[in-house]
Every structure is written in C-alpha cells, then in structure tokens.
Design a protein around this ligand. Structure first.
Ligand SMILES: Nc1ncnc2c1ncn2[C@@H]1O[C@H](COP(=O)(O)OP(=O)(O)OP(=O)(O)O)[C@@H](O)[C@H]1O
Length: 251
C-alpha cells in the first residue's frame, strides 16, 4: 500500500498486540477503515473490543504493531479534535456534578486552549450539538439525572461539538431506549455520509446490517472484515462466539 492510500484511511491498525500482564488481549490485530464508513465491531465478552478502542485512541501503546489515524499519530489526532470516543457507560462517573451542557462543552476544550474560556463560537457549537441529539431541553440537568439513552446522546453531542470526523463508540446501544437508538443511528449515518468514519462495538447482531456498512469479527485478532451480511453468516459467528449466535444477542 502506498503512502497516498494510507493517508486516505481514517483508521489504520497494523499487527497490534496488547498484553495486560500475562493476559493476551490483542494478538496482531489489524483493521483498516476507510473514510465515509460505519463499521460494526463484534466479538464475545473479553475478545478485545475495548482494548482495540483504547489502542486506536492512543491510550494503550501496543507491544507490537502501529496505529495511524488519517496518517497521523492517535494522540495528534485527538489533540486536533479529529478523533473522539464514546466510552461504555460503566466507565463514566455519573455522580460527577456537571451539567449536560458542560459535558458537551468539554468537547470544545481542545479549541479553547489553556484558558478554557468559552467564546461565542463554542456556545454555538454546543447548542447546535445539543439540538442535533434532541437534548436542548435537558441541557441544564446534572448528567446523572438523564436516562441511559439520553446519557449516550450527550456523549455523542460532545463528539459533534468537538468537530470529530472519526468516532469510536463502545456499546452505545446497551440499555438504550428505541428513540435514542434511532437518533444516534441517524446521526452516525449523517457523519459517515459527510465523509467521517465510525467504529461501533455492539452486541446487537440483528441491528447491525441496518446500522453499518461493514462488520468486523474480533477474537483477539480480526477474524473477518467485510459486508455485514457476509461477516454475520452463522459459520463465521460460530468461529467467534460458539453455536447459534443469531438466535440470541451475543453474550
Ligand atoms: N486492565 C486490565 N487488566 C487486566 N486484564 C484486562 C484489563 N482490561 C481488560 N483485560 C482483559 O483483556 C481481555 C480483553 O478485554 P476487553 O475489555 O478489551 O474485551 P471486550 O471485548 O471489550 O469485552 P466486553 O464485551 O466484556 O466489554 C479480557 O480477557 C479482559 O479480562
């Protein structure tokens, strides 16, 4: 692959291996994601999905391999605002005394510089993002007072306010109401249609073909990457999950 093609890739992970002590979490995992794509990341509990996200975000440095985000370093991509992450709900302290509006405003910190003083443009970006996720009426509530789906929408709004074009979402639909799921799905499609890229881990295999252009099967390494209807065939899922995975949600 030449340099031009590498720059065209939104996410380029090559041969990433990650250990936690003796535990092998990623084993030479490789994943290339083009611009303008929604990609679903599927794998059983412990298959390395969150570890892959952290590696792409530059929070974990792999023992082997490398990660490039639009041809640059992940930390650089985060600093520039291009790359954003919506964590699993369990990873967030919902009792933290911060309003929904201020959560979304944290997405603007990179643009504000060290003073962290919000200007008109920052307030406008936050208001617009709140509107897009339909949370304007909840803007002044403490974040923990929202429903599961509203909380997710608040974090998606933070990515939008940040101006991110590459978004990673770790199980955004777990414990989420149908309205929030539909709002988030529509937004992710709009982001991809505008040239952005979205990588989304999910246990809801049935919903994946409507949500994503591509699917990735992970079991410490990328077993398969392609159109959802191909990747989600029973024989492929059996490799990653065991028997009859389409008969129930992935465990
Ligand atoms: N901080 C840690 N210390 C030790 N082991 C860890 C740590 N984080 C994850 N692991 C282990 O690494 C492996 C991959 O975990 P990871 O959280 O990436 O999987 P996952 O696919 O996101 O799982 P889930 O679907 O349950 O969220 C698992 O065996 C897990 O127990």
């Amino acid at each position: 692959m030449n340099v031009k093609q590498n720059l065209d890739l939104a996410i380029d992970v090559t041969g990433a291996t990650v250990h936690y002590g003796q535990v092998l979490a990623l084993d030479h995992a490789s994943l290339q994601l083009a611009q303008g794509t929604v990609c679903g990341l599927v794998g059983m509990n412990g298959s390395g999905k969150s570890t892959l996200f952290k590696t792409i975000m530059g929070q974990i440095k792999p023992d082997t391999g490398r990660v490039k985000i639009s041809g640059t370093d992940p930390l650089q991509a985060r600093k520039s605002g291009k790359l954003a992450y919506v964590p699993q709900s369990e990873a967030v302290d919902w009792n933290f005394p911060i309003s929904v509006r201020d959560v979304v405003m944290t997405g603007r910190y990179g643009q504000m510089g060290w003073t962290r003083r919000a200007r008109k443009i920052d307030h406008e970006a936050v208001n617009e993002a709140l509107e897009r996720v339909e949370l304007t009426d909840f803007a002044d509530r403490q974040i923990g007072q929202l429903s599961g789906g509203q909380k997710k929408r608040a974090f998606v709004a933070r990515c939008i306010a940040q101006g991110a074009s590459i978004m990673l979402l770790d199980e955004p639909f777990a414990g989420v109401d149908k309205r929030s799921e539909a709002t988030i799905t529509k937004l992710l499609r709009e982001i991809a249609d505008a040239g952005g890229s979205v990588l989304i881990s999910t246990h809801d295999l049935q919903a994946l073909p409507d949500l994503a252009d591509e699917a990735v099967l992970l079991m410490r390494k990328v077993l398969m990457h392609g159109p959802p209807e191909l990747v989600l065939r029973a024989e492929n899922l059996a490799l990653a999950f065991g028997l009859d995975p389409m008969k129930r949600e992935a465990s």
